[in-house]
Write a protein that binds this ligand. Structure first.
Ligand code: ZN
Length: 320
């Protein structure tokens, strides 16, 4: 009985220790193996997409495109870009439909952002992405729960070109500014034998495609890294199979909007059991084996667990 009490206390304390881990393991921001860089382009497909695909083909680099449903819907050229991206060997992923702040939305509105984007991607390219990136990286606990419920990999980053900050500068100056973090974190501050990166860039800024992307690629290749898609970086399939996204939730008629619609009196339905469960699950967080930013976490978790076990043992002995 006392042993059982100690065990329960240990489990409780271990889970409490896990719960306060500052870096949410549900949010992927490094790869599961060293020596690779996942080059990711957000906010497209945009008007420079063809040019970017030509550059990537010339460099023989595979990238991941976190696209917006609204951009795909905007015109046929952007919708056609999805098939070109796939034909180039790149990965398609979701950046939601409207680029709104998910943390300000109801759970139903979050699901609608995903399902609308998944549907339009399926219509235009025949794939439903398994990876998503929250606009501005905003995906707190409720959003994380919803995205995991949909079987999605929440994709963050650990190095940022910050190109959106510099888009109004002269192109050459913007490029140099955008390379500052790359140079500091990847070129000077890392080792391909131990580190990996998910690198954030945007395809909708002209200088990013004209000048920055090639400089980023050349410098990182020279450092000794290999470029990979998010699938190879994380180790989970790029796309969901089957109709795993719940049917779109039709917002109530009237003047409510996705972002401010209050929950109705009944709790939001949990993820509707889709026809067939997702082929993959994100309930089992992936811990990067080695990373720059997360070096402490695995060890920290072990330490936290050991600490919890020790405290629990002490509690157990005290109760004897
Ligand atoms: Zn974005």
């Amino acid at each position: 009985m006392k042993i059982a009490t100690s065990l329960i206390a240990a489990l409780f304390l271990a889970s409490a220790a896990t719960a306060v881990m500052p870096d949410d393991p549900a949010k992927i921001d490094t790869c599961t193996k060293p020596g690779v860089v996942a080059l990711t382009f957000d906010d497209g497909p945009g008007m420079y997409n063809d040019q970017l695909l030509a550059l990537l083909a010339k460099k023989n680099v595979k990238a991941t495109f976190f696209v917006l449903g609204s951009m795909i819907a905007a015109n046929a050229q952007q919708a056609g870009a999805l098939k070109k991206i796939l034909a180039g060997g790149h990965q398609l992923a979701s950046h939601t439909y409207s680029h709104g702040n998910l943390d300000l939305m109801t759970e139903d509105a979050m699901r609608l952002e995903i399902s609308k984007t998944s549907d339009i991607m399926f219509q235009n390219a025949g794939v439903r992405p398994a990876y998503m990136r929250a606009p501005e990286g905003r995906c707190a606990a409720t959003c994380t729960k919803v995205m995991e419920g949909l079987g999605l990999v929440i994709s963050h980053w650990n190095v940022d070109t910050n190109d959106w900050r510099f888009k109004d500068l002269a192109p050459a100056a913007a490029t140099e500014k955008s390379l500052e973090e790359i140079n500091k974190v990847v070129i000077q501050g890392s080792n391909p034998a131990t580190d990996s990166f998910i690198l954030l860039e945007h395809e909708i800024h002209k200088f990013s495609v004209d000048l920055l992307a090639e400089r980023v690629i050349d410098s990182i290749l020279a450092k000794g890294y290999k470029f990979v898609t998010m699938e190879e970086c994380v180790g989970k399939p790029s796309y969901l199979t089957g109709s795993v996204v719940p049917p779109p939730v039709v917002p109530p008629t009237g003047n409510s909007t996705n972002s401010v619609a209050p929950p109705t009196g009944t709790p939001a339905p949990t993820t509707a059991a889709p026809s067939g469960s997702p082929q993959q699950t994100s309930s089992e967080p992936i811990r990067p084996s080695v990373s720059t930013n997360n070096k402490v976490n695995s060890a920290g978790l072990v330490r936290a667990g050991a600490w919890a076990m020790g405290v629990a043992a002490a509690v157990g002995f005290a109760m004897l």
